[in-house]
Ligand binder design. Structure first.
Ligand SMILES: Nc1ncnc2c1ncn2[C@@H]1O[C@H](COP(=O)(O)OP(=O)(O)O)[C@@H](O)[C@H]1O
Ligand SMILES: [Mg+2]
Length: 375
């Protein structure tokens, strides 16, 4: 894009640094340190793609330097699951019942008053860390307390929510908000592990669901974005569909991770969502027209059985023109953990095909055929 890029990270080994014109090693969660860097470098815009450790710092920079993008207050709201639920409720965006618990005992009492299953989750974290389903009539108080403690330990602000559990398929909705207009680029279908952890095993675009269901998902996501009040940024909304009704899980006022915004969107819609998000941050009208060919696209993650990885074979089948990208994160001799969060996965493959159905079929076949043997 011809833009001079300064990458900031606390970790001098961070992989992204090599792609920037300039590197600054700094604590990106410190508002004062980041303000100093932003002023010294006379930046024109700031972007915090695909993760949210210091979204509020970005908001502060936007405010102090008069840059395009979300405010600090909006950033706080879009990264705190409790404040987000409150905003959804106020803005009439469809959202499950959610309670900020005061203690383990309080959480248990709230759960006892639920009609159905619940889910415990850290108020501030991501990647499904610390999340666990609790089942009505089955969950013992002892296991409930254990799950609560895990959620509490994983929460950056040491608070835990208990929510009504929404049963059904899961989606994300990829959005660019520009000048108050909420533009939905596409809807993503997700595949996750079962309870208790719901770790994402893959995504496909466009959605394989009916036009009516996709339209419902878009309407709910637009209502959610409006409820958060964010503008001139990318958004990644997550939702579930239960008995034909959409419930928002959460909305990140940023690009989505797991290659969704960075690769799947351009492969399926032809729109460069990353460029659009960068332009929003620079106060330049984003291009929301396709500039490349559209495909059915699917990413699937390798999750071999937990244990010691003794052999990897058959990777040559990934040498297929329909494979856009693949990588294994583990090597022989590594310990494969149980998949309790996104961080425990062992690799990915992204494929393109004529339709999303064909892309899913191909990606799942490749995941099956690459052998990662564990003992
Ligand atoms: N109220 C809920 N009902 C059903 N499933 C939920 C609920 N809240 C979260 N989940 C499941 O847990 C996953 C992670 O929750 P989420 O709020 O998105 O946190 P994270 O920031 O870790 O992604 C969701 O993608 C969904 O599968
Ligand atoms: Mg999420």
């Amino acid at each position: 894009m011809g833009i001079y890029v300064i990458a900031a990270d606390g970790n001098p080994e961070a992989v992204g640094l090599q792609y920037a014109d300039k590197v600054v090693i700094v604590n990106i969660t410190s508002e004062e340190d980041m303000l100093r860097v932003a002023r010294e470098e006379k930046i024109d815009g700031v972007i915090h793609p695909c993760s949210e450790v210091s979204m509020n710092v970005m908001g502060r920079l936007n405010e102090e330097l008069g840059l395009s993008g979300i405010t600090k207050e909006q950033a706080i709201c879009a990264t705190n699951k409790h404040l987000m639920r409150e905003a959804f409720e106020k803005g009439n965006a469809p959202s499950p019942k959610s309670i900020l618990t005061k203690s383990t005992e309080d959480a248990w009492e709230q759960f006892m008053a639920f009609d159905g299953d619940g889910i415990l989750k850290p108020s501030r974290n991501s990647g499904s860390r610390g999340i666990a389903k609790v089942e009505k009539g089955i969950e013992s108080k002892e296991s409930f307390v254990e799950k609560y403690e895990v959620a509490l330990n994983e929460s950056r602000d040491k608070s835990v929510l208990i929510e009504q559990f929404i049963e059904g398929p899961e989606f994300s909705i990829e959005i660019i908000v520009w000048n108050g207009e909420v533009n939905v680029l596409t809807v993503t279908d997700k595949k996750t592990t079962e309870a208790p952890h719901f770790v994402e095993l893959g995504h496909n675009q466009p959605s394989c669901f009916s036009d009516a269901e996709v339209a419902e998902l878009k309407t709910a996501a637009v209502a959610g974005v409006k409820a958060l009040g964010v503008d001139n940024c990318a958004c990644h909304a997550e939702a579930k569909l239960q008995n034909g009704k959409v419930y928002l899980m959460e909305i990140g006022a940023r690009l989505g991770g797991d290659f969704i915004s960075t690769e799947l969107v351009h492969l399926s819609t032809g729109i460069d969502m990353v460029a659009a998000a960068i332009n929003c941050a620079l106060n330049i009208a984003p291009c929301l027209e396709p500039t490349e060919e559209k495909h059915g696209v699917c990413v699937r993650y390798f999750c071999p059985k937990p244990g010691k990885l003794v052999s990897i074979s058959n990777t040559e089948i990934l040498n297929d023109p329909r494979v856009f990208l693949w990588e294994l994160y583990h090597k022989e001799g590594d310990m494969i953990p149980e998949v309790t969060s996104s961080l425990c996965r062992s690799g990915h493959v992204i494929v393109t095909e004529e339709t999303p159905q064909k892309a899913i079929e191909l990606a799942e076949r490749l995941i099956e055929k690459v052998k990662m043997e564990t003992v």
